[in-house]
Design a protein around this ligand. Structure first.
Ligand code: WTA
Length: 676
């Protein structure tokens, strides 16, 4: 089954009759175009002199010391942007708006999952960030120190990030769905002194523990963590240890005044861990001036954000890069009024997002294709019951958006009136790189169209030569950009190897994605070309899941592949060979293995299927042929097996699978297993 075939199954009868095609384009209305924040002329201006263009964008920020040099690329691929300028990131996101007379403007309309809500003005945000910064200072946190933040989507997460930024400390946000084990390895890699967490979090209507995972992660005598600051969110019971302090007891007693210090533009702002092609997650390092410039610029032009009138909502979690750049840094630098929602989209009912859009009159809505496809499955009658009249721009991020989902989004959410911006970027790029401009581009459903002004990205073949229209190849970024990652935390060599070695001769950054130009030269993303899976927009490496599986005493060998999935983009399918000594208890063992992966990494990495096999298909040099395993996982006819060391292996595996079909139950993945 091809991608498109499988996804048409979820389309509903209400979708506009004409089939989406690569030829259909959706230009902005004349009115939208006339009022847009950026016009077509910017493409030419930026291409003619990218550095001058970025210098102009950097003026969106308030600099304590103006920069004199835009880019220093003399030590490539180690970039320095605006290096002799100084600024304070938190001042730029908060204080300057208050100083400009916008203290009463709402920064955050926060909506809790159980229905509680808080309205936080810029003045209040300033008080809270200052108190939090003073609290961190009292714990000994200084510029350059690492603070790990392991919190649900509550305002304190934003306060904590901005407080670190204010002090020049480096935050490392770890998604609150990661396990104690994954948290511990990130804490250790970042060598963090302080962890900020909550007693528990609300998930699908119930309070579940969160601090317990921190207790486990910091319990070792070798843990670098000195203090754990605990927000009271759910009131559930927690175990108390000598490292622990309640947030309300420490933070609320602090002064709400704190004078921000200016730091060099290249001061590290945060480290964010993401999956690579090896088992060890990479700590992606971002710095201050260039990162904030691109986050603010792209938020302004890609969403056409108008401070003072728009209400913006990005549905990402702050545990991912989208939450960093498009909930915290970009929007707040632009004085946005935004919605932050704590919970899941179907709690207490499947219309929760539409209800929130109408409640706060959201005008810009930024979400992920996996969620759009889920909304399609739940039925278009659900959004159709809401007004959604306030919306004017829709965004998508995280994976390629299939044309059907794009059309559904446009019709049922945007009422055929709102431009859709399909934004391609990565944890490593820090900000949006490829996207339509809503007031300029005649967008095509499913295409991210072209790099934004100031960014240069091309599609090349194996030799690094640009491909022509109608051809596909590898996506590379051929010029440095302000929000680019600076390194992998503590590992400059891995940084060079991972991103800059594939096209070293040309000096290109290799993104790991395949892409093509269509006949008109529009850019289409084709998914990862490496061993990184994309499950509901979350990056998980095959090797990471394999390492987790072989860490279990019953498993001798494991091979993991991502199989196409209507809802989640890909799902995880694992093939395992059991150890001779292992007792195969059937479904019980499979459940145990799946839970084991959840413990090692987190529930998002749980394989949807685990297949017990006796052999794995390998090449003569011993490399597992994932392509063949993917054929099986996607119920396809098995491809060319000539490279296999033992070609009988595949018929053995597939004959065992005959007749067994996975049960496709969203949120409750079923297990398929072959009996020995
Ligand atoms: C994929 C998320 C197609 C891509 C911001 C990339 C996309 C990876 C898109 C980065 C898009 C993200 N179209 N693919 N609009 N956006 N991707 O680091 O494979 O979590 O390399 O950053 O997601 O995922 P990450």
């Amino acid at each position: 089954m091809t991608d498109t075939d499988s996804r048409t199954m979820v389309i509903d009868p209400d979708t506009p009759a004409s089939p989406p095609s690569a030829d259909r384009t959706f230009p902005p209305s004349a009115e939208f175009a006339a009022n847009a924040n950026l016009s077509a002329e910017a493409y030419r201006r930026a291409a003619a002199d990218p550095e001058a263009f970025w210098a102009e964008q950097a003026k969106r920020l308030s600099w304590a010391t103006p920069f004199t040099q835009v880019l220093d690329w003399s030590d490539a691929p180690q970039a320095r942007w605006f290096a002799d300028g100084t600024l304070n990131v938190a001042y730029n996101c908060v204080d300057r708006h208050v100083a400009d007379g916008h203290g009463n403007t709402v920064a955050i309309h926060w909506e809790g999952e159980p229905g509680d809500s808080r309205t936080i003005s810029y003045a209040e945000l300033q008080d809270q960030v200052c108190r939090t910064a003073n609290a961190l200072l009292s714990l000994g946190v200084r510029a350059g120190d690492r603070v790990v933040i392991y919190l649900p989507m509550i305002p304190e997460a934003v306060y904590a990030m901005l407080a670190c930024a204010r002090l020049g400390a480096v935050h490392g946000v770890v998604f609150a769905g990661f396990s104690a084990h994954a948290l511990a390895s990130r804490i250790a890699d970042a060598d963090a002194r302080v962890v900020i967490t909550a007693d528990g979090q609300y998930r699908r209507g119930s309070a579940v523990p969160l601090k317990a995972a921190v207790d486990e992660a910091v319990s070792g005598t070798d843990s670098p963590v000195e203090h754990v600051l605990v927000v009271r969110r759910t009131g559930i019971d927690v175990t108390w240890t000598p490292k622990d302090l309640w947030w309300d007891e420490l933070v609320e007693g602090q002064s709400d005044r704190h004078t921000p210090e200016a730091f060099p533009a290249e001061q590290p702002l945060f480290v964010l861990y993401t999956s690579g092609t090896t088992g060890k997650p990479k700590g992606i390092v971002h710095t201050s001036g260039g990162y904030l410039t691109q986050a603010a610029y792209t938020h302004h032009v890609v969403f056409d954000h108008k401070p003072g009138t728009d209400v913006y909502w990005c549905t990402a979690d702050i545990g991912w890069i989208t939450g960093h750049s498009y909930i915290v840094y970009g929007p707040l630098a632009n004085r946005a009024t935004q919605v932050v929602y704590e919970g899941t989209p179907n709690t207490p009912h499947e219309g929760r997002h539409w209800e929130i859009i109408d409640k706060y009159q959201v005008s810009i809505y930024y979400t992920a294709p996996t969620l759009i496809r889920t909304f399609m499955k739940w039925g278009s009658d659900i959004p159709d019951r809401h007004l959604l009249r306030s919306l004017r721009v829709l965004g998508s991020v995280g994976e390629p958006i299939n044309p059907e989902a794009w059309m559904w989004y446009r019709h049922h959410v945007g009422h055929d009136r709102c431009p859709i911006v399909d934004t391609w970027w990565q944890t490593e790029t820090g900000g949006i790189m490829i996207s339509p401009l809503p007031g300029v581009t005649a967008a095509k459903p499913g295409s991210a169209m072209a790099p934004v002004p100031g960014i240069s990205a091309i599609v090349v073949n194996d030799e690094g030569h640009p491909v022509g229209n109608g051809e596909s190849g590898y996506l590379v970024i051929d010029k440095p950009w302000p929000a680019m990652l600076r390194t992998i935390f503590g590992d400059d060599e891995r940084y060079k190897d991972t991103y800059w070695s594939r096209f070293a001769a040309q000096g290109y950054y290799f993104a790991g994605d395949g892409a093509k130009y269509d006949a008109d030269g529009a850019l289409w993303l084709l998914g990862r070309v490496d061993d990184v899976m994309n499950v509901s927009g979350h990056r998980i490496s095959t090797t990471e899941v394999e390492s987790a599986l072989v860490a279990h005493s019953a498993v001798a060998e494991a091979a993991v592949v991502g199989a196409n999935d209507d809802m989640t983009g890909q799902n995880i399918v694992a093939f395992v060979i059991l150890r001779g000594s292992a007792v195969d208890t059937g479904a019980a063992l499979i459940t145990e293995l799946r839970n084991h992966v959840a413990t090692e990494i987190g529930p998002i990495a749980k394989p949807k299927q685990i297949l017990v096999v006796q052999e794995l298909p390998k090449t003569r040099s011993g490399k597992i042929m994932r392509r063949l395993l993917r054929d099986i996982a996607e119920n396809r006819k098995i491809g060319d097996v000539s490279a296999l060391q033992d070609s009988a292996v595949m018929s053995l595996i597939s004959s065992r699978l005959a007749g067994e079909k996975p049960d496709d139950n969203l949120g409750n993945p079923a297990i398929l297993m072959t009996r020995r």
